[in-house]
Design a protein around this ligand. Structure first.
Ligand SMILES: Cc1cc2nc3c(=O)[nH]c(=O)nc-3n(C[C@H](O)[C@H](O)[C@H](O)COP(=O)(O)OP(=O)(O)OC[C@H]3O[C@@H](n4cnc5c(N)ncnc54)[C@H](O)[C@@H]3O)c2cc1C
Ligand SMILES: NC(=O)c1ccc[n+]([C@@H]2O[C@H](COP(=O)([O-])OP(=O)(O)OC[C@H]3O[C@@H](n4cnc5c(N)ncnc54)[C@H](OP(=O)(O)O)[C@@H]3O)[C@@H](O)[C@H]2O)c1
Length: 450
């Protein structure tokens, strides 16, 4: 084979980059190209991990390692409005889909469509400077905010809203986001946890961080449940969460800090209230949990004053045109990373990361996940059909024919350097360039304004 097997990885998030690294490390004669719809790599590490989690973001040093031998083709949307999958298939022996889960799930309650009601995907993308969401302009002119969910994303959102702009100045958030947070009138952030303290999905380190906020008191609203004693839990992380919640419920009182984060256990939103088309409050219901851990509403209602609602209740993947999709799980059906249609493998099609297993797991989880997929692909390698156009130049021509001018690794490094330069002006390690045109200009070597 003149070029060895050519493999495309679609998505430059953790799973795609772990897959690229595993392919490279295999020692097999494979040429790997990583395509991403954005001019910047790293997926949710760049656009999801909270800006104040700077240590976590340093995983980028590991993720970038394959580039060089592995090519980066940024700004390449695969599918609608980009390069169709069918066209891409003519250039590669195999395609690893690593496009994540970017669709916000809905609560399915009345009023969800009101202005000021956002999914965490959109809201987090806004404060992380994602080019698709710079125009979100969340309503921060109201003292009350409701965050729905009991996972780490809910905690990230609550923490960012409870911090002062000064606490985030040293992070990579765009200036516009910092300005919005500086003008924030938010005082009370209500986190709605639909089940009990034994069911929260927080990482204890994230929960602990919430309790250490400089400008916000954390208050646990548990209807006396924790004082009455909750069964001992087997899982260590759940035990740690529970211990913290028990201690906070007993000891944390308002100390006069300017903001408060309310952890409201056994509460669900049943309706968002609106004034002039905007969220003005949330009707919530007290729940109980049955023996199987299922939520049962009690019919007891109260209303929280809120100008902003963020639902952090998980994500679905965007279906990939040309591949099967399981609407129930929001994933592409697969066996060990091999895409299957009606139980039969689709030749040359693989998945890894959130689109493979659903929207759960930390960055590191994607490493073993990608290893499994790559092992399947390498086992199939001898039987993969050679593509019609295996030459790299043919792919470039096909992209150009679709009006796509990819941002290569060198161009990304220019954008990277520009963000670091802009960060230096603010005393931060980096300042994200969020405007797509400005990102592309910086990738071509221009200095841009923050
Ligand atoms: C808000 C949030 C915060 C998180 N914080 C942490 C944390 O602090 N620590 C931690 O360990 N884990 C964290 N996680 C989990 C972690 O980010 C995920 O496990 C991981 O990013 C999933 O990797 P992925 O590669 O499957 O998807 P993603 O990271 O989403 O990457 C998918 C990539 O595919 C690209 N793409 C999508 N569609 C297309 C297309 N059609 N064509 C081309 N490219 C496309 C996207 O642009 C993106 O770059 C967080 C998750 C979220 C949602
Ligand atoms: N620092 C970090 O390590 C970090 C930071 C952010 C994210 N992550 C990871 O990224 C993944 C995704 O995080 P996530 O927070 O989006 O998801 P998650 O951990 O799955 O949490 C989702 C939460 O939403 C709740 N929920 C779902 N549907 C609901 C509804 N209709 N009404 C009310 N609540 C509802 C769930 O409650 P039930 O349990 O009752 O279903 C759950 O508490 C996780 O694996 C997480 O650990 C890690």
């Amino acid at each position: 084979m003149q070029y060895g097997a050519r493999i495309a990885v679609i998505g430059a998030g953790p799973s795609g980059l772990y897959a690229a690294a595993a392919l490279l490390a295999s020692g097999q004669p494979v040429g790997v190209e990583v395509l991403d719809r954005l001019p910047a790599p790293y997926g949710l590490v760049r656009y999801g991990v909270a800006p104040d989690h700077t240590k976590m973001k340093s995983v980028i040093r590991v993720l970038q390692k394959p580039f060089g031998p592995v090519e980066f083709l940024g700004g390449v949307q695969v599918g609608e409005d980009g390069i169709p999958l069918d066209v891409l298939r003519e250039h590669f022996h195999a395609i690893v889909h690593a496009t994540g889960s970017s669709v916000d799930r809905c609560l399915g309650v009345p009023g969800e469509e009101l202005a000021g009601s956002h999914g965490s995907g959109a809201f987090v993308s806004w404060y992380c400077g994602h080019p698709d969401h710079i125009g979100l302009s969340p309503r921060l002119d109201h003292p009350g905010v409701v965050v729905v969910g009991a996972g780490n994303v809910a905690l990230d959102v609550a923490r960012v809203l409870a911090k002062s702009a000064e606490e985030l100045t040293g992070t990579d958030v765009p200036d516009a986001v910092l300005d919005a947070l500086r003008g924030s009138a938010v005082r009370d952030v209500h986190v709605l946890i639909r089940r009990g303290p034994q069911h929260v999905r927080f990482t204890p380190a994230e929960l602990r961080q919430l309790g250490e906020l400089a400008h916000a008191d954390v208050l646990v609203h548990d209807d006396g449940l924790l004082a009455a004693g909750v069964e001992e839990l087997e899982d260590r992380r759940q035990r740690q969460n529970l211990a913290m919640l028990v201690e906070w419920a007993a000891s944390r009182k308002p100390t006069g800090k300017s903001r408060r984060v309310h952890l409201r256990l056994l509460r669900s939103p049943v309706r968002l209230l609106g004034t002039d088309g905007r969220v003005s409050g949330v009707v919530i219901e007290r729940n109980t949990v049955d023996a199987d851990g299922r939520v049962v509403g009690t019919g007891e209602l109260e209303t929280l004053d809120a100008g902003l609602v963020v639902r952090a209740i998980g994500y679905d993947a965007e279906p990939v045109a040309g591949l099967p999709f399981d609407e129930r799980t929001g994933t592409v059906p697969n066996v060990g990373g091999r895409v299957v249609r009606d139980g039969v493998p689709v030749p040359g099609a693989y998945v890894t990361g959130w689109i493979k297993r659903g929207p759960s797991g930390v960055i590191g989880t994607n490493k073993s996940d990608a290893a499994e997929t790559v092992a399947a692909l390498l086992a199939d390698l001898p039987d993969l059909t050679a593509p019609a156009h295996p030459q790299p130049a043919a792919l470039r021509a096909a992209l150009l024919a679709h009006g796509i001018h990819p941002v290569d690794w060198t161009a990304w490094l220019r954008l990277d350097a520009e963000e670091i330069r802009l960060g230096g002006e603010r005393g931060a390690e980096r300042l994200k360039v969020a405007d797509l045109a400005a990102m592309l200009a910086a990738a071509h070597g221009a200095q841009v304004s923050p």
